[in-house]
Design a protein around this ligand. Structure first.
Ligand SMILES: Cc1cc2nc3c(=O)[nH]c(=O)nc-3n(C[C@H](O)[C@H](O)[C@H](O)COP(=O)(O)OP(=O)(O)OC[C@H]3O[C@@H](n4cnc5c(N)ncnc54)[C@H](O)[C@@H]3O)c2cc1C
Length: 367
């Protein structure tokens, strides 16, 4: 059976659902093709991460941290956000339940917020469906039919889908899918892990990030390469300025997340999350000693050599677009969806297309 659409979007995560929503808003007949189910965990997970404004503290424990966060603050403030270095007294007043040493200062970000990403995906999907987007669930894309430099069919286990334009928005699976079109994209992955505790008494007003001891300071300082352009090479960047973070949900669950290590390709993930998270959490919140962990998960988060997304048309194919490489998709998925819809309809783009060109790197960079 063969169906025809103006646009087929592969991948029903934050970015794919946003692309489908915006394409349908331009009157394009759109289908969203998802390997599993859209927002499949939203009903299953029993923790609540609704949107709310929240301050964030990044703990500064060493001289290198201080140098890094002074640089970080300058970048943030220049971009119009609010960040300042606060005293140990201010940290304790803002987060009285957190056990930090008397000398620990922090970078305080006040323009921040938290939300439930599953609800974000579901929200995009609900509105996309109202706009007429069709959905294929349990439909992993296995390959493509092609004629010269044109994709003429998308092959799933149950059907072949025909669309004028094809958008690959499959997050950490994008590289693998693009290989089926002989396209080697410079997308790499950091393993992210998280655990959720049972609800506990209020411990945290905002969210807090800090660095674990296993990360050498030189590596964290390399985060500065994020602003130096793609020549910074992917392997200079291992982790962010911090690699561990926690937030408490309205129901009282503590969500403890960490980025652990770079995975060269979509390889096997390790499973060290529970002991690591427990040890780190107890350093700041010994009150959690008796809390039960009710859920844990791990997943790769994608990034590119210059930490900018791969977004827009692929010049070597007539009808292929990429929307991927988002290490932090929550704040970016909305405009990314609009951007892709603009590319498809030929509307003026808000920035020079070369900035996000999926083929802007001369050759794949080994990690
Ligand atoms: C522990 C952890 C904490 C994180 N914290 C944050 C945070 O605080 N803020 C933030 O912004 N980001 C955070 N991230 C990163 C965030 O999860 C990613 O940026 C985001 O998921 C990328 O969205 P996406 O839509 O590009 O890809 P995904 O969300 O990965 O969606 C891709 C979709 O494509 C589907 N797919 C895969 N293969 C196929 C196929 N062959 N055919 C069809 N469909 C396919 C998948 O099933 C999936 O639904 C975190 C990640 C982890 C692991």
């Amino acid at each position: 059976m063969s169906r025809t659409y103006d646009v087929a979007v592969i991948g029903g995560g934050m970015v794919g659902t946003s692309v489908a929503y915006h394409c349908a808003g331009r009157g394009l007949r759109t289908v969203l093709v998802e390997a599993a189910r859209v927002a499949r965990l939203s009903e299953e997970l029993d923790f609540d991460l609704e949107y709310r404004p929240a301050h964030g503290h990044c703990l500064i424990c060493t001289e290198q941290d201080l140098a890094l966060f002074k640089w970080h603050r300058d970048v943030f403030v220049a971009a119009g956000f609010s960040e300042r270095i606060v005293t140990p007294q201010e940290v304790r007043e803002a987060e009285p339940h957190m056990r930090v040493g008397p000398e620990v200062i922090a970078a305080l970000q006040t323009d921040e917020a938290v939300l439930n990403p599953l609800r974000l995906v579901y929200g995009f999907w609900r509105q996309a469906r109202r706009r007429g987007v069709e959905l294929r669930t349990d439909s992993p894309v296995l390959g493509f039919r092609r004629a010269g430099d044109r994709i003429t069919g998308i092959l799933t286990p149950r059907e072949e889908i025909v669309a004028g334009e094809v958008v690959i928005a499959a997050g950490s699976w994008t590289r693998e899918i693009a290989l089926k079109l002989d396209l080697s994209l410079p997308e790499y992955y950091i393993q992210g892990e998280a655990v959720v505790t049972e609800p506990v008494a209020p411990l945290l007003n905002g969210f807090v990030f800090w660095s674990t001891e296993r990360i050498p300071a030189e590596t964290r300082i390399a985060t500065e390469s994020m602003v130096k352009g793609w020549e910074s090479r992917a392997n200079e960047y291992l982790f962010g300025a911090y690699d561990f973070g926690t937030v408490q949900t309205r129901r009282g669950n503590m969500l403890l997340g960490q980025m652990t290590h770079i995975i060269p390709a979509w390889g096997p993930l390790t499973w060290q999350v529970v002991p690591d998270s427990a040890r780190e959490a107890l350093r700041l919140f010994p009150q959690l000693r008796r809390a039960r962990i009710i859920r844990a998960w791990r997943s790769p988060a994608p990034f590119t050599p210059d930490h900018l997304a791969l977004l827009g048309r692929v010049k070597t194919w007539q009808n292929l677009l990429i929307a991927s490489g988002f290490q932090s998709a929550i704040t970016q998925c909305h405009w990314a969806g609009e951007y892709v819809a603009d590319c498809i309809t030929g509307a003026p783009l808000p920035v020079e297309a070369s900035i996000f060109d999926p083929l802007r790197f001369p050759q794949p960079i080994a990690v």
